[in-house]
Design a protein around this ligand. Sequence first.
Ligand SMILES: *[C@@H]1O[C@H](CO)[C@@H](O)[C@H](O)[C@H]1NC(C)=O
Ligand SMILES: *[C@@H]1O[C@H](CO)[C@@H](O)[C@H](O)[C@H]1NC(C)=O
Ligand SMILES: *[C@@H]1O[C@H](CO)[C@@H](O)[C@H](O)[C@H]1NC(C)=O
Ligand SMILES: *[C@@H]1O[C@H](CO)[C@@H](O)[C@H](O)[C@H]1NC(C)=O
Length: 493
Amino acid sequence: MSSKNAPLLQVIYVALLVYILVQIYLSGVFIVTDKKSMSNLENNEQYDSTKMYSQARLINMKMNRDNTDKSRDLEDTPERRNSPGVHSRHRKRYTRGSEFALNNLNTKRIEASNTDKVIKESNEPHNFKSHVQQTEISLPLVGRSKPISIETFPRELTFKYGAFNMAEPNCVDEEDLEKFRKHPLNVELMQQSAEQLRGVIRIIDNGIFNKSISRSNCGWKSPFDEIKSENLSSTAAVHVDILCPLIVPGGSSFQHFLDGILPKIVQALDLLRNKGVKILIPLSRDVIILEILEALGIGKDKILFHAGRIYAARKMIYTCITPPLHPTLWQNAHKLMNAPEKLPVPREEAYIILLTRKQSHNGGRNMLNQIEVLAFLEKRYRKDRVIVYPGRYNLTTSVSVFGRARVLIGVHGGALYNLNFASSDVSVVEILPSDGAGNPIPPGIAHSIFWSMCNMLNQSYWRIYNKAETRNGDVIVDLVKLDRVLDRIDQHF
Ligand SMILES: *[C@@H]1O[C@H](CO)[C@@H](O)[C@H](O)[C@H]1NC(C)=O
Ligand SMILES: *[C@@H]1O[C@H](CO)[C@@H](O)[C@H](O)[C@H]1NC(C)=O
Ligand SMILES: *[C@@H]1O[C@H](CO)[C@@H](O)[C@H](O)[C@H]1NC(C)=O
Ligand SMILES: *[C@@H]1O[C@H](CO)[C@@H](O)[C@H](O)[C@H]1NC(C)=O
């Protein structure tokens, strides 16, 4: 080594040393803050929700940094996660809700049928068809004027939801319909297995929830061993009186709150309305989640954001086993969010809404000719009736704008979840980026979710298979096809 290089090397050493010190300092700060939040959580039984929120956010930031809380991407929606390996043919069953005091919830698909209730007090979850017994309780537990007392609730209630029909999408031509029919997931979703129509609510005394030992995703296939019954020392865990854990992957986003968490809440809502109940959910990324929960009577004081701790409760409510997609659950959720059942304005005054992916977290699937599409719509309909969705609304605005929609048009993506605020008079046009054979692009997207949701809400669903221009699924919207779809919608809907 020549002495000429020595000063340069010294500079490098010093730079390295400074870098290492900064790193140690930074990680130290994170660890200290983290520990402080953790002990605050432990020592504070009466949670202040605002404080709780900022603490959870801090811990969440740390978790994100460590990359332990990877959010679920779009392809991982209930129907995909839950698609059964074995298809058992269902027997046709109908259910009827009890006489609901609140707004006649739950009357749509369940009229003129019998209540089918099963109660079970034993420990054999896999054998749920046995021990059939009639009771006064029917699921979903929603819409009663008073909560159902948890103290007298059976240890386990199993319920069979009614079978329902899935209608095929509306397509411009046979070719598109054939593309739809060819996909195995679509074929599978046209049928429901008995397992997919099963709901279970279990109450566990002295329950412990320890997410780190549970790899389950709080879905309808979850094993019951997610929650143990055991007494912990008072300092070892976050203690609450009654807790309902709903740790669904991706549940921090609006989309996966709607498809992963909300149906489970609806299944058990009248139980969750008991005094002292808290729900445990992933830290909400989107504020609208808290607004929806508020509308359901679950205020901020009843929400605990998961901070990776061990949670102990005198009574634990386990409601993860809920049908992944069921009209009763979705229509009740729809009503509870105050979304209108029918278009509240005359047809001519209703909106045509163009959904953009402006605020999307995933990128891709953009309309490359959005300006032309907008001009086309404004020419076809009155200009003041066409709305371009800006990417975010609060719950009130969502319900008032999407509730007045006659047509929603969008490329496959999270914005289409807003159909949940629209009435059953809406027509939803999903533009699905695909290759010539109809395979969705990118391949992993949950291509059947919006078709399924429209079926849940009895909305008219239209699919346009549109050639993808890029591997991200960017499209030049086929205006000829769109024109033909809108002709049919305007004639018939
Ligand atoms: C669904 O909507 C159609 C037409 O809007 C209506 O005739 C039908 O009764 C509805 N079905 C249910 C189950 O609500
Ligand atoms: C929770 O799970 C972790 C990871 O498996 C384990 O180390 C810990 O002992 C568990 N705690 C309780 C109270 O079960
Ligand atoms: C926990 O403690 C309660 C009250 O002290 C007791 O009744 C119960 O049996 C205990 N449960 C377990 C699983 O040890
Ligand atoms: C929702 O957003 C609208 C429009 O930005 C605003 O006027 C309204 O006050 C908001 N409502 C709530 C409850 O935040």
